[in-house]
Write a protein that binds this ligand. Sequence first.
Ligand code: PMP
Length: 378
Amino acid sequence: MSDPNSATAGPTAGPTAGPTDGLTDGPAFPRLRADVSTLPRYVPGKAAADEFVDKLSSNENPYPPLPSVIGAVESWLGRLNRYPDPSSAELTAELSARLGVPADHLVLGTGSVGITQHLVAAAAGPGDEVVFAWRSFEAYPLLAWAAGATSVQVPLRDEAHDLDALADAVTDRTRIVFVCNPNNPTGTAVRRAELERFLDRVPPEVLVVIDEAYREFVGDEEVPDGIELYRDRPNVAVLRTFSKAYGLAALRVGYAVAHPRVTAALRACSVPLGVSGPAQAAALASLRATEELRERVADLVAERERVSAGLRAEGYEVPESHANFVWLRLGSRTAYFADACEAAGLMVRPFGDEGVRITIGSPDANDRLLKTAAHWDR
Ligand code: PMP
């Protein structure tokens, strides 16, 4: 185990520090945590200015909901005065059957980010460390901070998780290690053998969270299914979401798969009644429409390959993506590229002076992206 100081610690090392809007002006009451104003803000993908702008900035699914899913949500509208089923029993039962995991190994939440918050709260507090690759999903440093824990960020190597360095960063203070597979925002994925070797190295008292928000877009058989890996590993939790492949981002529903010690803790920490009735109904209807949704995912994957190849043909370096987005490391040219896209009616997601993440959109939006990238003066 290495010196934790070799990795970058603390929330200021996280995503772009946001404005201190309203936190530093005026009287210092009511009292808040002193470091709240230094907290890196979660930067959501920019909203499209109008209907003619394609939003390729939030890794959303460009397809509208299926009629059966809209019907399921509509069936809830006359019952909005009622609380949802607090245990999401029907959805849990359906997931349990489909995934082949016991129902008590499943916890539903308000998107997988909601579950991530509860997992961190359950496992880490002041003085504890939460280890993750960087750059990765920008909620990790934020949620570690929210729990009062310390972030330990381990640089990516060739845009991918450096699992040896991640294992080396584990200390006696480590409570959670995140492995985002595929990684947001670079799209890269770790393979079975290296992930198994990593899991064998992490001590059993440390919770390893495999964040599989983009799992359904993975085609490479060497990229392991986290649910296979968790089965005989009580310290592994897997996160999935209905926001991406299933196209339900607005409804906020995701789930964790883990052993009962972890799921019981998650349930204890969860905000009660978080998953709304319409969200439960839509997720259930989506599971029952898996075949139709799979076709859409296959089309998005084909588009991802087309966009990646088109960008490479123009001389861009594009890491192999296993998700519904691609990553271009453009350095100081990042904002300039994002502006060129905006002028072409495309919102992409710039990350400071590191690079830009581009969500795969409709074929027309992807065509315009390729055209913009081809003509962009770099
Ligand atoms: N994990 C990763 C890696 C993500 O990219 C996202 C969404 N941006 C999430 C989790 C959260 O997704 P949701 O809360 O919508 O389920």
